[in-house]
Design a binder for this molecule. Structure first.
Ligand code: UDP
Length: 224
């Protein structure tokens, strides 16, 4: 987590647009059949292991990763970093009112933080409004909560027009951080059982989750 935050601080100091993805097993399975999404992940400036499933697979491949870096855990720490360094933060996405509520919470938790928010949508018809708000704010770090792969494709499509240094897809992080969706306890996340908890909270995810056993088999049967 610390290394990830340092990297993002560097991205802002360097300037230029950087795309950061928080990759979980659903991303990997989606990228297996979606060339455009695969390309976006392969060309991302930073891919973070969002959850134990990706850490486990990476370790089997000989990659040294100490811990998962979940987008939801990273957001409050990023807000603290932004307040300390004077970086301007923007929260885009989620249902109307959610990003605003989180922005208000972050302003209280990180005094001095310059944060703006807008629910927006990944629909190209909404690009102009989102871009205007981001430009008017002078955003340096942009969090996009449209769910994958929409948020990564949205960032990739507009990367050169956003004018931000870092754009990160954060999935359902705003819903978790405003308490709309309860998060699995830490022991369940460590044990790789977050999917079970989410399934109980959001049973409509069942279809999406059928990729998880396939992911596990692919990891176990792929060359190390
Ligand atoms: N969302 C949105 N606009 C859309 C579709 C989704 O703002 O057109 C938001 C939704 O409200 C939720 C987030 O995107 O806050 C998706 O969360 P999820 O946990 O499903 O993310 P994923 O696991 O797909 O990355």
């Amino acid at each position: 987590m610390n290394a990830a935050l340092e990297r993002m601080e560097q991205f802002v100091d360097e300037g230029g647009a950087h795309l950061v993805a928080t990759v979980n097993p659903e991303f990997v399975m989606r990228a297996n059949e979606d060339d455009q999404f695969a390309r976006v992940l392969e060309t991302a400036d930073l891919c973070l292991p969002d959850g134990i499933g990706v850490v486990w697979a990476a370790r089997r491949k000989g990659c040294r990763i100490n811990e998962p870096v979940a987008g939801t855990d990273m957001v409050p720490l990023l807000a603290t970093l932004c307040a300390r360094r004077g970086f301007r933060l923007f929260l885009l996405g989620a249902a109307p009112g959610v990003a605003d509520e989180l922005a208000a919470k972050l302003r209280i938790d990180s005094p001095g933080l310059e944060v703006e928010s807008y629910s927006g949508s990944p629909d190209p018809a909404d690009d102009a409004e989102a871009l205007k708000r981001i430009h008017d704010h002078g955003t340096q770090i942009l969090l996009v909560a449209f769910g994958h792969p929409r948020q990564e494709l949205w960032i990739d499509r507009l990367k050169n027009r956003l004018g931000v240094s870092v754009a990160i897809g954060v999935g359902g992080a705003f819903d978790y951080l405003t308490g709309r969706v309860p998060r699995a306890p830490a022991w369940m996340r460590r044990a790789g059982l977050e999917w079970l908890y989410r399934l109980r909270q959001q049973p409509w995810r069942f279809r999406r989750m059928t990729v998880l056993p396939v992911y596990a088999i692919k990891v176990l049967t792929s060359d190390q």
